[in-house]
Design a protein around this ligand. Structure first.
Ligand code: AMZ
Length: 278
């Protein structure tokens, strides 16, 4: 751990990962930067099974492991410490659908879990935290009801993550079926003033394409906000992980590349740790 102010990374406070440093400014202890990046494998759920979509389109679905607990155990055995779970049925329908599978994973596997997809009310957030999720991801409702999102961010300080999914510079919602009027950087800047844990940025056009992430927009985000930016969508190679680390991403979410064997989780984790030493 080193004090670095020029590189964006993950804020820590008293040796622990922390929320937005804005909320630490009155503290006598200075917040430090921890420069390693989280490498977070993804489980996307449809009908209780692990799937991937291509560019978020529900008719372009690949089913992998039918048992998500088995998949989560494999990620844990390969060295993961965090797990990204998306309830894709939930994202489409606007309420948590794959609750049983999420609870089964949270109960069976010792991973820090972030989960999203269809979370639209306070009770759903509380319920997911209750069953062991460490963080809850909110996308659509942050865009549609920003004031509500602000209230929830305060109520569950450091536990919410903004899921920022975009086609180009336009933020998308409702399982990526709708484009909103929000612009990526403006919206991120506004949301980053709240006590959220991170922003997960997904470039929809890259997602599931195995052709690399959107480095340019990830960098623009990293340079615009003071919360960790986690990059998702298209992360395919060790080099992608390394480059995202160099440009200051606080983490990466990896899906299809892990499932199709092109990238091993130990190699991706090693690249994330290497970013720590920069
Ligand atoms: O692939 C999709 N069509 C998709 C997807 N992966 N649609 C939504 N999501 C994810 C977002 C975010 O993690 O990346 O669901 C979460 C946001 O859900 P919601 O319901 O709050 O917008």
């Amino acid at each position: 751990m080193r004090k670095l102010t020029a590189i964006k990374g993950v804020w820590i406070f008293n040796g622990r990962r922390s929320i937005n440093p804005v909320f630490l400014k009155n503290s006598e202890t200075q917040a430090d930067y921890l420069t390693y990046m989280d490498v977070i494998p993804a489980i996307d759920l449809i009908d209780g099974k692990c799937v991937r979509l291509i560019q978020g389109e529900y008719h372009r679905q690949i089913t992998y492991e039918p048992d998500p607990v088995k998949q989560a155990r494999q990620f844990f055995a390969a060295g993961a410490t965090r797990l990204h779970i998306v309830d894709l049925d939930g994202a489409r329908l606007g309420r948590c659908i794959n609750h049983a599978a999420i609870e089964a994973i949270a109960t069976a596997v010792d991973l820090k879990i972030e989960v999203g997809g269809g979370i639209r009310d306070e009770a759903s957030i509380a319920q997911l935290l209750d069953i062991g999720a460490g963080r809850v991801i909110i996308g659509t409702s942050a865009v549609d009801r920003f004031d509500w999102f602000g209230e929830m961010a305060e109520a569950f300080s450091g536990k919410l993550v903004l899921g920022l999914d975009a086609r180009g510079s336009k933020v998308a919602t409702h399982g990526w079926a709708q484009d909103s009027h929000e612009q990526l950087l403006e919206f991120a800047t506004q949301a980053a003033r709240l006590p959220i844990a991170a922003i997960i940025y997904t470039d929809i056009t890259k997602d599931g394409m195995l052709s690399g992430p959107n480095f340019e927009r990830t960098k623009a985000l990293v340079d615009s906000v003071e919360v960790p930016v986690i990059a998702a969508g298209g992360v395919t190679t060790v080099e992608d992980v390394r480059k995202l680390g160099q440009l200051g991403a606080g983490g990466v979410v990896i899906g299809r590349a892990l499932y199709e064997g092109g990238l091993t989780l130990p190699d991706a984790l090693a690249a994330g740790r290497a970013a720590e030493q920069k």
